[in-house]
Write a protein that binds this ligand. Sequence first.
Ligand SMILES: Nc1nc2c(ncn2[C@@H]2O[C@H](COP(=O)(O)OP(=O)(O)OP(=O)(O)O)[C@@H](O)[C@H]2O)c(=O)[nH]1
Ligand SMILES: [Zn+2]
Length: 201
Amino acid sequence: MTIRYIESSRLPTPWGTFDMHGFEDPDNNKEHLVLTMGDVRGEEPVLARIHSECLTGDALFSLRCDCGAQLQAAMHKIAQQGRGAIFYLRQEGRGIGLLNKIRAYKLQDCGADTVEANEALGFGADMRDYSILKPMLNHLEIEQIRLMTNNPRKVKAFQDLGIPVVERISHQTGRNPHNVKYLETKKGKLGHLFSDQQDDD
Ligand SMILES: Nc1nc2c(ncn2[C@@H]2O[C@H](COP(=O)(O)OP(=O)(O)OP(=O)(O)O)[C@@H](O)[C@H]2O)c(=O)[nH]1
Ligand SMILES: [Zn+2]
């Protein structure tokens, strides 16, 4: 079965008021969100961010990763332009779930990098499935996007879904002394496209 649209409401935030759209995946009862601003329908490419859930970074201010800063920066950029979409996908821990992410963090506390930790637990480095995006994009009538990401896998995922990515926009923010190794591993092992400079340097 495919993802089902449930309902929409307003979501006021420090950066402006978004429209919040809720979707349900009946196969696993996961509840996904899309925040939009402005009219995202049609041919005009939409400034977009695919954000995978990171409870620790998004809600608990963790400095182990860059997720919270990236989410805030994406909301800010979209509000500045007045038009865009954030797909908030419930793929915690790159798809392994919160408790397994804690297991992976424990291994990282003992010296493993983020990829080695996933593999030691019997998972792939990145278990995310982006095909769930297609019904959400269809529902919102988004046809083309300008994607805020450093992750080439996300660009490829859209291309595989038949949604043109007309531009990849660097989304480097949130580097701090606690996540230097994590970001280095993203670049070295996961193929992220990082320059030496953060967007907000
Ligand atoms: N398994 C695992 N997941 C992590 C770790 N650190 C962060 N994550 C998860 O990684 C995901 C980060 O995803 P995104 O913010 O979409 O970032 P990305 O795929 O690196 O790509 P960008 O678009 O360039 O930010 C979230 O689901 C986090 O929970 C880790 O050490 N181990
Ligand atoms: Zn994170």
